[in-house]
Design a protein around this ligand. Structure first.
Ligand SMILES: Nc1ncnc2c1ncn2[C@@H]1O[C@H](COP(=O)(O)OP(=O)(O)OP(=O)(O)O)[C@@H](O)[C@H]1O
Ligand SMILES: [Mg+2]
Length: 242
C-alpha cells in the first residue's frame, strides 16, 4: 500500500560505488515522519555505502535523494545537519582525546544549533545521565554502550528531524543492545524523531522498527511492515538464521 503523505526522505533508484565497483544497485525506499525504518543486511551488503550516499559522502551515480521535499542528491555533506539530517556513523567516530562534553559541543557546529548550545547539551546530559557522570572523561575511555550513547547525543545536538544510525548495536553485549534499541525507540516515540538505522542484527532491528528493507549484495530485495518481514519464513531462514 502506498502512503499518500509525501515522504520525509525518499531514495529513488540510487546507484553508487567505488572506482570500478558498483556497490549499490537502484536502491529505492521511503521514510515517513515519525517512523523507525530498519535497513538490514549482512557484512558488505552496502549498508554504510547507502547511508554515506544519502549524506553525500559518496556520490550517487544515478538516481535522486529527496529530503523534506528538496533534492539533496548533490548537497554537500556538511550542510545536512542544518537541514535536519544527522548521521551516527559506524562505531560512533567520537574524538577519543576530547571529553564527552567537548564531543557534544562539536555536534552543534551549525550556526543555528550553536545558539542554544549549552541548554541543548544540558538536555542531552539529562536524557543520558551516564554522559553527565562521564562529562569530563575522554571519549576514548568510554565503554561501547556509553560511546554509542555519546555518539547519538552528539548527533542530536543539531536538533535533527531525521536521525540515521549505522549499526548502533555492533560490538555491544546483549543487554546493551537492548538498551540502545530502547533509546532509539524512545527517540521516535517520545521525542517525535524519525529514524533510519542500518543493522546486521536483523531480528532485533525488525523488532524495534515499524518498517524494514532487506539489502542483499547491494540490492533492496524486500521491504514492508517490520512485523510482516519478521514472520516471513524465507526471511527467517535466509537472514535471521532461524
Ligand atoms: N571506500 C571504499 N572503497 C572501495 N570499496 C569500498 C569502500 N567502502 C566500501 N567498499 C566496498 O563496498 C562494499 C559494501 O561495503 P559497505 O561498507 O557499504 O557494507 P556494509 O553493509 O556497511 O558492511 P558492514 O556490515 O561490514 O559494515 C564492500 O564490498 C566493501 O568492500
Ligand atoms: Mg557498514
Amino acid at each position: 500500500m502506498t502512503n499518500p503523505v509525501p515522504a520525509l526522505l525518499s531514495v529513488e533508484n540510487v546507484t553508487a560505488g567505488y572506482g570500478d565497483a558498483t556497490v549499490l544497485f537502484d536502491a529505492a525506499f521511503e521514510v515517513h515522519t515519525g517512523e523507525i525504518v530498519a535497513i538490514v543486511g549482512a557484512n558488505g551488503a552496502g549498508k554504510t555505502t547507502l547511508l554515506s550516499t544519502i549524506v553525500g559522502l559518496v556520490a550517487a551515480r544515478a538516481g535522486r535523494i529527496m529530503f523534506r521535499g528538496r533534492d539533496i542528491t548533490k548537497r554537500p555533506a556538511h550542510l545536512l545537519p542544518s537541514d535536519g539530517l544527522a548521521l551516527v556513523p559506524e562505531g560512533g567516530r567520537l574524538f577519543p582525546f576530547m571529553t564527552v562534553e567537548e564531543n557534544l559541543t562539536l555536534g552543534a557546529y551549525s550556526p543555528a544549533s550553536r545558539q542554544g548550545l549549552v541548554a541543548r547539551r544540558d538536555e542531552m546530559m539529562q536524557m543520558f545521565p551516564i554522559l553527565h557522570e562521564r562529562r569530563q572523561q575522554p571519549a576514548g575511555t568510554l565503554s561501547g554502550g556509553e560511546r554509542q550513547m555519546c555518539a547519538i547525543a552528539r548527533a542530536l545536538m543539531c536538533r535533527p528531524t531525521l536521525l540515521m544510525l549505522d549499526e548502533p548495536s555492533v560490538g555491544l553485549s546483549p543487554l546493551m543492545v537492548e538498551r540502545v534499541f530502547e533509546i532509539i525507540e524512545g527517540l521516535a516515540r517520545r521525542e517525535g524523531l524519525t529514524i533510519v538505522m542500518v543493522e546486521q542484527n536483523v531480528t532485533e532491528a525488525l523488532e524495534v522498527a515499524d518498517r524494514g528493507y532487506i539489502l542483499d549484495h547491494g540490492h533492496i530485495v524486500r521491504g514492508g511492515d517490520a512485523a510482516m518481514l519478521r514472520r516471513d519464513r524465507d526471511i527467517q531462514e535466509t537472514y535471521m538464521g532461524l
